[in-house]
Design a protein around this ligand. Structure first.
Ligand code: PDD
Length: 284
């Protein structure tokens, strides 16, 4: 896939993604002072659009970035412009361009808005969903507002890279002995048929797929508990899986080089993925 064939929308103008150049004084460049969303496109339509735009508004509010629009239409327009059937939308809103200064006190800034839609030639998680992935546990040394979806992802990038160096695909982050989330995903464990996932807090991003799965599993009569998960519970779990927009439901079959449960993709992860598959199939 050649990124130059992707049409981006940058501050309302359409141009090839590779021809978008942001000013170096954009606070996204200087301070990672920006929020973002990643949406999945199936059948030419964004999945869980309102969950994403609602979370985006919450991130903007928490960051005190004033961008007075919903972004739903802008997302739909960019998908249509790129004629993408299967893919993902990336949307980023920075606080804007200003002389470098930590404080943005009394600054009247115009947010910079980037949207682009990338086609997927194949399902990005298909192989990992079939085989499951290897995970490691890692100290969660990120800041205390992981509930805000900011582009300040350096800790996530460092830890994910370390996981790759260890031959794993994802790291499960541990803060003070309890599980928070993955570097770019939420975490579920299954024990005795019960789905357990850490509760919403400032230490995790409230994933759109996490909420979709909790609601769907409960509606289908399964037991789901949102509570703290001790690191030690990971090693006694029957199954562990991660959830995200891109990875959907992907099983962690090995953790810190030990098999999780039977060490294969388990029936509960498959059941959770089936909920997503059904909803995607039902999209009109
Ligand atoms: N990441 N936690 C973190 C830290 C994440 O970065 C993500 C998603 C999630 C899952 O959220 P959702 O279910 O809404 O995708 C949880 C996206 C996909 C990314 O950064 O590319």
């Amino acid at each position: 896939m050649n990124e130059s064939s992707i049409i981006a929308s940058y501050n309302g103008k359409s141009l090839p993604l590779t021809e978008v150049f942001a000013p170096v004084l954009d606070r996204a460049f200087m301070f990672s002072d920006a929020v973002y969303e990643v949406l999945r496109v199936y059948k030419g339509k964004p999945f869980l659009l309102s969950a994403h735009t609602t979370r985006l508004q919450a991130s903007l509010r928490s960051m005190r970035i004033a961008a007075n629009q919903d972004f739903g239409d802008a997302i739909l327009n960019n998908i249509a412009e790129n004629q993408v059937k299967e893919g993902m939308v990336y949307l980023q809103i920075s606080r804007g361009v200003a002389p470098r200064n930590h404080s943005f006190f009394a600054m009247e800034l115009k947010p910079s808005i980037l949207i682009y839609t990338k086609p997927f030639l194949e399902h990005p998680a298909a192989k990992e969903q079939q085989t499951g992935i290897k995970g490691i546990t890692h100290e969660d040394y990120r800041w205390g507002r992981c509930d805000i979806k900011t582009t300040n992802l350096l800790a996530n990038c460092l830890i994910q890279t370390h996981a790759n160096e260890m031959g794993a695909q994802e790291a499960i982050l541990i803060r003070n002995g309890v599980v928070s989330e993955g570097t770019s995903s939420n975490v579920f464990i299954v024990k005795n048929g019960i789905f357990i996932t850490p509760p919403k807090s400032t230490f995790i991003l409230a994933g759109t797929r996490r909420q979709f799965l909790i609601d769907g599993l409960l509606a289908a009569g399964h037991s789901v508990i949102e509570r703290q998960v001790e690191k030690t519970e990971l090693f006694n779990a029957d199954e562990i899986f991660i959830s995200s927009t891109v990875k959907e439901v992907t099983s962690v079959v090995q953790l810190d080089q030990k098999p999780v449960g039977k060490g294969i993709v388990g029936p509960f992860a498959k059941l959770a993925q089936a909920l997503l598959d059904d909803a995607i199939l039902a999209m009109k």
